[in-house]
Design a protein around this ligand. Structure first.
Ligand SMILES: Nc1ncnc2c1ncn2[C@@H]1O[C@H](COP(=O)(O)OP(=O)(O)OP(=O)(O)O)[C@@H](O)[C@H]1O
Ligand SMILES: [Mg+2]
Length: 387
């Protein structure tokens, strides 16, 4: 059986209630009426309407209060205010407070039918959005579970068995066979690393690093990060030049994840640069912030791609062909920096190079005064900020 959309009308004029009920009769709606605000609110709890019409001017609880309470009870319920000419200004105010639309008195049956239909359509959209959001969350949660349980565990078992087998067979296989086993081992290692990165990008453990925050030296984090990517830079014949305007205040943070964020930025700078070029790391103190800039003169990022690069799994056009990557380094980096109360921004020019700037609150205040937009992705393209 099809479920009828439920409509509640709250108005102190019985004649309005009667005519509204009559208009909607036979139109496939379930309708209820209430002659004042408190009856109306009871009906909201019992009847669970999809759409509520509320007269703004009623004795007893005001229409505004009814609207407000409906919003706290269930913000997905669509509300439309009924107003006399004199209360048009209040209608605007009601809409600013979340009412979807207003219906001026007197109205014709057609006007009432039309606004009802639009209200119900709005309610369907609201419910659909909630369902989609929930589905997306479930998908993310399940994705993490699938990867960690169904993939990581068996792969780790394969890895351990392979390592044991290689030890046991070390004097029975020839060199070519051993090389093949080594390749298997290395491919499995890469896969496990990739799974680890995926899990890191979608799991909530970055948010929980705050529990271990303490005074952290940015200089130390920079030097550990440079040390970490050094072999990679050498292989590509890229020089890393660090310049720190000392002294820098410590930040309130976690060294391990700060190093991870810097390694991601430095890794990108090296990966997306031509061999023989230079990557610069500059750090300086600015009243209440520490700025760290990672600058390269590499391939750069096209302007139309900048808003997307902080989204999960996004890989740019220019570099994707020649180098393997998951497209997770920047989103993870951003989550780390934001967990520190900081911001990250980027400037880049295709073919000329890129500069990523991290701003961290200095002196362990832990509260950023800069703000970056919400996490972005291709469907929510506000990820980065070109400054
Ligand atoms: N310094 C840079 N120069 C040019 N392009 C860059 C730079 N840093 C990031 N990008 C672009 O942004 C995209 C996203 O970067 P991100 O670090 O998130 O992923 P990735 O490097 O592709 O993979 P990984 O997950 O291994 O880091 C890259 O694919 C690249 O196109
Ligand atoms: Mg990267």
């Amino acid at each position: 059986m099809e479920i009828k959309p439920r409509i509640l009308i709250v108005d102190d004029e019985e004649i309005v209630l009667d005519s509204c009920s009559q208009i909607l009769e036979g139109s496939g709606y379930a309708t209820r009426t209430a002659t004042d605000g408190s009856i109306g609110l009871r009906q909201v709890a019992e009847f669970r309407p999809d759409l509520v019409f509320v007269d703004l001017k009623m004795p007893g609880i005001s229409g505004f209060e009814v609207l407000e309470r409906i919003r706290t009870l269930d913000p997905s319920i669509v509300t439309i205010v009924i107003t006399g000419y004199a209360t048009l200004a209040s209608a605007v105010e009601a809409m600013q407070k979340g009412a979807y639309d207003f219906l001026p008195k007197p109205f014709t049956p057609d006007e009432f039918r039309l606004i009802t239909r639009r209200g119900i359509e709005k309610r369907e959209l609201v419910l659909e959005t909630i369902a989609l959001r929930r589905e997306k969350e479930l998908l993310q949660e399940n994705f993490a579970a699938i990867i960690s349980h169904e993939l990581r565990a068996p792969l780790s078992a394969v890895q351990q068995n392979l390592i044991r087998l290689m030890q046991e067979l070390s004097d029975q296989v020839n060199e070519a066979q051993m090389a093949r086993l080594e390749r298997m081992k290395s491919r499995i290692y890469d896969l496990l690393e990739m799974i680890h990165t995926w899990l890191r990008a979608i799991s909530s453990d970055i948010a929980s690093i705050k529990e271990n925050f303490g005074p952290t030296s940015v200089e130390a984090a920079i030097s550990k990060a440079v040390e970490n990517v050094y072999p990679y830079a050498v292989r590509k014949d890229i020089e890393i030049v660090v310049s720190i305007e000392e002294p820098l205040d410590p930040v309130h943070g976690d060294e391990g994840t700060l190093v991870e964020a810097l390694v991601n930025l430095l890794g990108n700078a090296i990966r997306y640069s031509r061999s023989g070029s230079t990557v610069n790391v500059d750090a300086e103190q600015q009243t209440d912030h520490i700025l760290v800039a990672v600058r390269d003169s590499g391939i750069g990022i096209a302007e139309d791609e900048l808003p997307y690069i902080f989204g999960n799994f996004y890989r740019g056009r220019a570099g994707a062909g020649d180098e393997a990557g998951a497209g997770l380094g920047l989103p993870i980096t951003r989550r780390i920096i934001e967990a520190h109360g900081g911001t990250i921004s980027v400037t880049s020019k295709l073919g000329e190079g890129s500069t990523f700037v991290i701003a961290l609150p200095a002196g362990g205040s832990g509260t950023g005064t800069h703000h970056t937009p919400e996490a972005g992705g291709p469907e929510n393209p506000q990820g980065g900020r070109a400054t």
